[in-house]
Structure formats: structure tokens, C-alpha cells
Design a protein around this ligand. Structure first.
Ligand code: FES
Length: 313
């Protein structure tokens, strides 16, 4: 998909620290099709793009809607969208992607923490329209910090809203229960919530748990990066990757461009076929099964455990 621009038609406050943005096209042309779970890559400055889940109605091709939490330690994206843009401004959208699609299930459990509600909100609405069996557990620090409560209220008892100041930590065990075939859990939210859900579902089949992270996984402390080589099989060249450079940057320096967006291992854009060598996966995109297969690597952040990696480039 090629990048496109869109005008900010409206900015709303959805909760404390959460603003939503409605995008429209001056040309009146439809936006590309998307499905629940999709996100947009918004270009905020040269070299700075951020991913935001779409949370409007996929059937309405005349607008795109996404919400942004003001991050206390903003990496540049949320601060800019909260403070430096206004209705009438134009944003560049690099792509609409869906790394978090709804899969067929007999029962779908949606677990949202804070701004992680955005992809799950559109999933809940889609499942409801389809008459599917689903429930949602939605946590946040306080009720006032939780967006889209009114939109969720129409789903009655299907949605359990549990602000931490009134209910404490989410009762994941009670909500998720035991695995049974046909049950699929989706989770999006802060890392401690994702880790707790992963721990509860650790023995489940991999496809029964669907996770989306928008922040890079924290790396284990004390890791010292070392230099290695990448062989580009199709180009027939070997490129040295110094300890202080990523694979993608080292390739760029010799004129080999691998498409990138987030540059931190979350969006999936830079996935590259790995033919040989032992990767040191640093991303939060590949699923455990994909890592174990050893056939792909995210070159914006991952490194090598062997002296050389061979890429299908
Ligand atoms: S550029 Fe986003 S995962 Fe590599």
C-alpha cells in the first residue's frame, strides 16, 4: 500500500489523557478497506512513525478514527499528537496493516488494559454484529482514565469494566478460566497485563492467545551487543553489522533498503526471510512458534547469536 494523506476533521477527548482523532480525505475518496484489529502507521516526523489501532466503524470508508494516550514518558508520538496538531492539519499515513485479526472461534474473550481498548472495541462490535459469543474484561487505573465506556455500555453484561482504584487488579483467572477447544483470548494493554495473560495461558495452544504490543518488549538488563555479519544471499554480498548499529541501518549504509516503520520491533514491516544463522530476536512481533521456526527476523532491532546470519535479500 502506498502512503496517503488525510485531514484531521475532529479531535475529541475520550477520557483523561486520551484524545481521539477523526481523519477524512478532502478528495472524498474512500479510505482503504480495513478489518477490526487493524492499525495505521502515522508519520509524525521524518523517521518517526507510530502505530495506532483503528477504532471507528470499518463499514464507514469515509473516515478513520484512532485514539492516543498521552504517555508520561512519550517517545515523541503521543506528545506530538496531543500538543502539536489541530483540526485541519494533515497527517501522512504510511499504511493500514492488520497484525491482530479476529480468527474464527466459538467463544472470544477480549482483555483490554487502558488504551489497549482500541483494537478490542472494534472486535467487540464486529462480534456483536455477527451474533458471536464473546465477553470483554476492561481494566484501567480509574474510571475517568478509561475511554469508550459509553460505547461499551450498550453491550450490557458482555463487558466487565474494572477500574483498578475500585476493583483492584483484574481477575484474569476468573475471567479466562480453563482452556477448551474453540476458546480464543485476545489481549492488548500494558506489558504487565500482557505478561500475566501470557502466564495464565502458557500451556494453551499458541493460536488460542492473540496478543498485540505497541511498545517494544523490555530487553534483559546487562546485554552487551556485539558485531556480526549478514550475508545477503541474492545480492551475493556480506555486510558487517557493528555493535552499535542495527542490521537495517548497516544495510542502508551500503544502499540496501529494507522497508521499516516503527524501528522498534512492534509493527512487522521489516520482517525478512532468514536462511541460516542463529538470530537473537529482540522484537515483540513474532510469535513463539515463528521464533522457534527460525525463518524470519525483524531487522530493525534483532541481532545475531552466531557470527553470521544469511538473509534472503
Ligand atoms: S520496523 Fe517495525 S518491526 Fe521493524
Amino acid at each position: 500500500m502506498t502512503a496517503f494523506t488525510a485531514r484531521i476533521a475532529e479531535i475529541r477527548t475520550e477520557a483523561s489523557g486520551v484524545k481521539s482523532f477523526v481523519l477524512q480525505r478532502d478528495s472524498g475518496a474512500d479510505f482503504p478497506e480495513w478489518q477490526p484489529g487493524a492499525h495505521i502507521d502515522v508519520v509524525l516526523a521524518p523517521g518517526l512513525s507510530r502505530q495506532y489501532s483503528l477504532c471507528g466503524d470499518p463499514a464507514d470508508r469515509q473516515m478513520l478514527n484512532f485514539a492516543v494516550l498521552r504517555e508520561p514518558a512519550s517517545r515523541g508520538g503521543s506528545e506530538r499528537l496531543h500538543d502539536a496538531v489541530a483540526p485541519g492539519d494533515t497527517l501522512t499515513i504510511e499504511a493500514i496493516r492488520n497484525n491482530f485479526p479476529l480468527v474464527a472461534a466459538e467463544e472470544t474473550l477480549l482483555i483490554a488494559g487502558g488504551i489497549g481498548i482500541t483494537p478490542l472495541l472494534t472486535m467487540a462490535e464486529a462480534l456483536d454484529r455477527q451474533g458471536k459469543r464473546w465477553r470483554m474484561l476492561y481494566g484501567g487505573r480509574t474510571g475517568g482514565s478509561m475511554a469508550y465506556l459509553e460505547r461499551l455500555a450498550r453491550h450490557g453484561e458482555n463487558v466487565a469494566v474494572r477500574p483498578e482504584d475500585a476493583h483492584g487488579l483484574l481477575d484474569l483467572a476468573g475471567f479466562i478460566g480453563a482452556y477448551r477447544p474453540g476458546k480464543v483470548v485476545y489481549c492488548c494493554g500494558p506489558e504487565p497485563l500482557i505478561k500475566a495473560v501470557e502466564a495464565w495461558c502458557a500451556s494453551w495452544p499458541e493460536d488460542a492467545l492473540q496478543i498485540e504490543r505497541f511498545r517494544p518488549k523490555e530487553q534483559a538488563p546487562g546485554i552487551i551487543d556485539s558485531a556480526f555479519e549478514v550475508e545477503l544471499k541474492r545480492k551475493g554480498i556480506v555486510v558487517a553489522v557493528p555493535a552499535d548499529q542495527t542490521i537495517a541501518d548497516a544495510l542502508e549504509a551500503v544502499g540496501v533498503h529494507i522497508p521499516r516503520s516503527c524501528n522498534e520491533g512492534t509493527c512487522g514491516t521489516c520482517v525478512t526471510k532468514l536462511l541460516d544463522g542463529e538470530p537473537d530476536h529482540r522484537d515483540s512481533f513474532l510469535r513463539p512458534k515463528q521464533r522457534a521456526e527460525g525463518k524470519r527476523i525483524m531487522v530493525c532491532c534483532s541481532r545475531a547469536l552466531s557470527p553470521r546470519l544469511v538473509l534472503d535479500v
